[in-house]
Design a protein. Structure first.
Length: 273
């Protein structure tokens, strides 16, 4: 807001604050408005009324609120399913543009497998900056069959817990947080087996602090942890030490947090034999 004086008359003018750019679609179609619509939806808000009982008596707040688990519910509620999908789809351009601006770990790669890559749009964003990379988009058959074609990308259907296509590096965005340690270990072992000796996994995930903090970033991360565990009984946000433990058990030599994008971290799992 500003006040303008013209000929002795004062006029109050209004405009968008800088933060408003996140709530207007950018040139890549990214914005946060669908995400805010999702987390403020009655479907989500009802969960929090069952949080205390879940803590005291056990159980999952989502299941207590709706009588079925989250995946079953979204399969029955087409309205909320669309809200959820839009919130993920429209946040991706914001997140990926920041990662592509900050992270240089795609430089020099000849091939990249996106595990759980959906329709291939995220891999397409990566290849738009690194067109020399051969991209393999890997997801379940029912998702791959509806995926559009992109230059330089091969769509491959399969189950990541059974096998993973070969590539110089494997990319996973917000995959590990949806599974418990046993499933993550199975997935990371599959990654290890298919990678070359100098290969790596590039995981975009939240890395929560080892101890509760009071900073805005720490509160946001722990809020995301609460959100995940209130909906998904297998879901888990992890500390850097927990990622290191999973990596070691899967055979990887070391883990490093390469960079940050908003509250997300780009975590590299290096094979190096």
């Amino acid at each position: 807001m500003m006040t303008e004086c013209q000929g002795g008359q004062f006029h109050r003018l209004y405009g968008l604050a800088p933060v408003a750019k996140y709530f207007i679609k950018n040139q890549d179609g990214g914005w946060l408005t669908p995400f805010l619509m999702m987390i403020q939806d009655k479907f989500i808000m009802d969960i929090w009324y069952h949080l205390k009982d879940a803590v005291v008596e056990g159980g999952i707040p989502f299941d207590r609120a709706h009588g079925i688990n989250a995946m079953e519910y979204m399969g029955k509620d087409a309205r909320f399913s669309q809200i959820f999908k839009a919130s993920m789809r429209d946040f991706d351009p914001l997140l990926m543009q920041t990662i592509l601006d900050k992270y240089d770990g795609f430089v020099g790669l000849k091939s990249l497998v996106d595990v759980g890559g959906g329709d291939g749009s995220i891999l397409n964003m990566i290849l738009s900056k690194y067109p020399s990379i051969k991209g393999i988009n890997y997801d379940l058959p029912q998702i791959i069959e509806k995926s559009p074609s992109y230059p330089g990308i091969e769509h491959v259907a399969g189950d990541m817990f059974m096998s993973i296509p070969k590539g110089e590096a494997i990319f996973m965005k917000w995959i590990l947080h949806g599974w418990d340690d046993l499933d993550c270990l199975k997935l990371l072992k599959n990654c290890y087996e298919t990678l070359p000796s100098n290969g790596k996994v590039i995981a975009v995930d939240l890395v929560v602090p080892a101890a509760p903090g009071t900073s805005a970033a720490a509160r946001s991360l722990l809020q995301s942890y609460l959100y995940m565990t209130s909906m998904n009984p297998k879901g888990q946000e992890r500390t850097e030490m927990q990622f290191q433990s999973l990596a070691k058990q899967a055979g990887f030599s070391h883990v490093q947090v390469a960079c940050y994008a908003y509250t997300f971290s780009v975590v590299e799992f290096h094979k190096i034999i």
